[in-house]
Design a protein around this ligand. Structure first.
Ligand SMILES: [Zn+2]
Length: 316
């Protein structure tokens, strides 16, 4: 069973109700499965039609990390030339490749959603529309921390009058995550604030005995007013106050990779702004459903909720 860590006082809860509640309603696991099936069908049909392309099958040269868990960002490298076109799917995601001139390798990131079931998944790779190469990616079970908390009912359930805003927020977020823009991020992602993450990604919490959605980001406890950096290049897709996450800035790094910075005391950017890794997007605060000032940083990659620290590791 999972290890159980008791947190006896609500004062010690440094987490974000918003992400949990929202994820519960915004989950698109079902949709992802349908997309996955569609891609598999396309590749299977495609490979039977282009038997002459056998010699052109690309070679998968890198899959990092070696052991893959739910919530991980996986870097996939494929052999090829700059003039090639590489297409690949895994976990129901169509991957976006860029050519690494120095290593002569095409690379892409895939996101393993934090609720993906352990098991074998098929990576299909095509070069220039020729026959697909299939490779198995094994997702290994991870034991996320579990917390059991007793809190007042009003802390767990939002008041009825907040429902309209919660629904509107969900619609706005779905529109943001549906954006598909050219890749702007480059090189390694960096932490938006200094210091260690204080809440583990994926932690499962029971509030008054009932299981909530897992924590889909990392929290950094910091003083109100601490500057938050953009972590990489991108453009601001959202700078707005939301019910659960308070003042929220979402940076679209391009190629379906988004950073969410939540609970800000101040937002220093507006929608449409172009940001670089060192751009200050806002300041640490305690807006939204929180119990103390902290930065909640979450990342969406191809629709998957992934560990931001894994994104840093995968892009080093
Ligand atoms: Zn959080």
């Amino acid at each position: 069973m999972y290890p159980v860590r008791e947190v006896p006082q609500i004062r010690e809860v440094r987490r974000c109700e918003g992400s949990e509640y929202r994820e519960r309603y915004m989950s698109s696991i079902g949709l992802r499965s349908i997309i996955a099936a569609a891609f598999v069908a396309v590749f299977v049909c495609g490979s039977s039609q282009v038997a002459l392309g056998q010699g052109q099958r690309p070679r998968v040269v890198t899959i990092v990390p070696r052991t893959i868990h739910p919530g991980d960002v996986v870097r996939i490298g494929v052999s090829g030339r700059a003039e090639d076109r590489i297409d690949a799917t895994v976990f129901g995601q169509a991957l976006s490749f860029t050519f690494d001139e120095s290593r002569r390798v095409w690379t892409a990131l895939a996101g393993v959603d934090l609720e993906v079931k352990p098991g074998a998944y098929r990576l299909l790779v095509q070069r220039n529309g020729a026959a697909a190469r299939t490779q198995t990616i094994q997702v290994v079970r991870k034991r996320f921390a579990v917390r059991r908390l007793r809190v007042s009912g009003s802390f767990v359930e939002p008041p009825a009058e907040a429902l309209a805003q919660i629904l509107l927020d969900g619609k706005i977020l779905a529109e943001v995550y549906a954006r598909v823009t050219p890749q702007q991020w480059t090189g390694a992602f960096t932490q938006p604030v200094d210091g260690p993450a204080t809440s583990n990604f994926g932690t499962r919490s029971y509030y008054n005995g009932s299981l909530r959605s897992p924590h889909a980001g990392v929290d950094f406890v910091g003083k109100t007013g601490t500057p938050i950096r953009a972590a990489n290049h991108g453009s601001v897709a959202l700078a707005s106050s939301l019910y659960f996450t308070g003042n929220t800035v979402i940076v679209d790094h391009g190629a379906r990779l988004f950073s969410v910075f939540a609970h800000l005391s101040e937002m220093h950017v507006k929608e449409g702004d172009i940001v670089s890794p060192e751009t200050i997007v806002g300041l640490v605060g305690a807006t939204g459903r929180v119990t103390g000032p902290h930065l909640h940083w979450s990342v969406r990659l191809n629709g998957a909720r992934v560990d931001p620290m894994s994104l840093i590791a995968a892009t080093k």
